[in-house]
Design a protein around this ligand. Sequence first.
Ligand SMILES: Cc1ncc(COP(=O)(O)O)c(C=O)c1O
Length: 471
Amino acid sequence: MSLPNSTLDNLADHGSGVADDSVRTGAEHLWMHFTRMSTYATTPVPTIERGEGAYIWDTQGRKYLDALSGLFVVQAGHGRGELADAAAAQARKLAFFPVWSFATPPAIELADRLAALSPGDLNKVFFSTGGAEAVETAWKVAKQFFRLTGKPGKYKVISRAIAYHGTTQGALSITGVPPFKAPFEPLVPGTFRAPNTNFYRAPEPVAHDEKQFGLWAANRIEEAILQEGPDTVAAVFVEPVQYAGGCFPPPPGYFERLREICDTYDVLLVSDEVICAYGRLGTMFGAQKYDYIPDIITSAKGLTSGYSPLGATLISDRVFEPFNHGNVSFPHGYTFGGHPVSCAVALANLDLFEREDLLGNVLRNENPFRQTLEKLYDLPIVGNIRGDGFFYGIELVRDQATRETFDKADSERILRGFVSGALYEAGLYCRADDRGDPVVQVAPPLISDQAIFDEIEQKLRYVLDLAWSKI
Ligand SMILES: Cc1ncc(COP(=O)(O)O)c(C=O)c1O
């Protein structure tokens, strides 16, 4: 299959990527996140300077399809003047005031709006500036909730293998990716892992029936609660579709059983929706996609489509209730949490969601998107394509029939050494990830249509085909 011209142009003129001494690499002072900095000691840092719709351009003028919405953030697409205008108007009126014993009109209005949009009785909104802070907030709410309700021994958290919940020390403790934690141990004590919902790698007794597997996976969380002692466990943190490891959707019945387990042992169910909220799955919140009502939702990223940073933790009336008495307060907050500019942008973003029916666009297109990606199954390197809405992982394997994965050395050579760079050179910005088995992740802006899906498929096909020839 041939590639669009823009791709071939990129391949033709990207060159070796090695700068001569006179070229700034861009990394002289900027320490990039999760980055092997030595790579950029001599090689220019890919530098993105402009975006429009689902596309971005680098400082060399090369165009890329942003198939990851920045980092699961830019739901409404790039270059939306109305969101920039909302930020400017609020900054002119009141650039900053904290929500510490005071409020601002945009913070009040946004909290009202999120309470109305959220499932069940999640009616209190605690703002932060991003996802990890939202997770920290949720764990601290859970701990203090049990202190206030006469169960001070309940402080532990159960989360799932390979799950990513952020890098601050509490969120990192809940995270299930050991190499991210190792340099910083000891972390916050009291966190434990249960299996995730990777049906492709399900253990044999439940490998052939998704429903049975879902029950099995939920029951492993019950087992973890029982092993630790229900009187010590405060919360279970799970994503609707788990991001790290490559987009594991919940099997049928999983959340129904998990809700039941949490109710039985008086453990709070925290739905970490830092990626899955705000339309990524075609619903405002991920819990609505799978029909469960958590006690707490953590969210961030897509709330503002990235035009300003904001996180929001949504808390149920039941969990908030003991905080609403006498001289009780929740001694927690962030200077920039609920920043008025970010709240104004989030309100304009939610207006845009309604005006352009972004949820409807995802729901109408999620099957075509899946079907388009599934064409890749004819490539021998593609083992499993999984996800939901506009959120997919493509697992790469050495052998489609046996599902044999790559060893660490091959994963390093193929995924990091080739696929990542080749996708970018082919004009596709997405993510090759080896936190679990090797996957390529795609999550385009919610404005995307069939033409975008086709371009993603063609560029993936081109690069994955080349990758196979290198095995
Ligand atoms: C599920 C989940 N929780 C938390 C986080 C942390 O969010 P942030 O990077 O905004 O701190 C992320 C980030 O990707 C995430 O995917």
